[in-house]
Design a protein around this ligand. Structure first.
Ligand code: PAF
Length: 279
């Protein structure tokens, strides 16, 4: 596995491979878990080479504490990637990604002003800026994103259609712990007690599917929020049932609709998100 830390190092590797060889790309912020490895595996199955980037992107953090506490472990990450058969890792310092002050900005009306966009101002702009910059450097054919960050996946897909029509975006299934908790690097920051209660989010998401048979989406959301808050430890930031393509909250379930339930909740000082496709 080749470890590259500068754009020119990566470029040397890229120029040396045959022009026809396809590159699958898995962008990450490190502290890898099985969810990331599932993306590496998907990329390996579909491409000649798989490249993974590890870069904790400061400009997508709207909360400085979250950035400061974001878990990091480069040694363990490299071991996992090597074992998974990743071909190239790109671990750049800040200056390689942003050699000049960032002036570009993105807007995705309708997609970036709800849920995560509403509660984390500037977050999706930071994500779109870094992914676009990484795409310019890595020049992949396909890029893989986990659907745990469903809204992120949709926004990146949108940005890619506009700016990088040659790149295909793959949204991959959420990988869960045995008790249902969606895998996330932030889970490592949960205390033992918090970790025990965290799977409630997935339980409630599943429950929303049953409740939708008898209740309106708004009633289901209210009920689900209560179930989460009644745990006494979790505090719901939002619980929304929205359309899978437009992310517009659904008022009434009709045939052919593709509803997705989305949740964000605080557990101590860790913010967790999860979602479930209800179609
Ligand atoms: O999902 C993440 O880990 C990050 O948002 C991403 C896509 C690597 C951009 O920094």
């Amino acid at each position: 596995m080749k470890v590259t830390r500068t754009v020119s190092d990566y470029e040397k590797w890229f120029q040396n491979k045959s022009a026809e060889a396809s590159v699958g790309f898995v962008p990450t912020m490190g502290f890898l878990h099985r969810g990331h490895i599932s993306l590496i595996e998907a990329s390996k199955a579909e491409n000649d080479f798989t490249v993974c980037s590890i870069f904790v992107n400061p400009i997508q953090f709207n909360n400085p504490e979250d950035l400061k506490n974001y878990p990091r472990n480069e040694v363990a990450d490299l071991e996992m990637l090597e074992k998974a058969g990743c071909d190239v890792v790109f671990i750049p310092p800040y200056k390689e990604v942003y050699p000049k002050p960032v002036t570009i900005s993105f807007a995705f009306p309708g997609l970036d002003d709800v849920m995560e966009g509403e509660h984390r101002p500037g977050h999706f702009n930071g994500v779109a800026v870094v992914v676009s910059r990484l795409f310019e450097i890595i020049r992949p054919n396909l890029a893989y994103f986990g659907k745990k960050d469903y809204q992120q996946w949709m926004i990146i897909d949108n940005m890619t259609h506009l700016k990088f029509p040659g790149i295909t975006i793959k949204g991959m299934p959420i990988v869960r712990e045995e008790d249902g908790l969606a895998m996330s690097s932030r889970n490592a920051r949960l205390s033992k007690e918090e970790r025990e209660i965290a799977p409630l989010l997935y339980e409630v998401l599943k429950r929303s599917r049953d409740l939708l048979v008898d209740f309106s989406p708004a009633e289901v959301c209210n009920h689900c929020k209560k179930m989460i808050n009644n745990s006494g430890m979790l505090r719901t930031e939002y619980f929304t049932i929205a359309d899978a393509h437009t992310l517009v909250p659904i008022e009434k379930i009709t045939a052919n609709q593709k509803p997705v339930a989305f949740v964000a909740a605080w557990l101590g000082n860790v913010r967790l998100i999860d979602n479930l496709e209800l179609f």
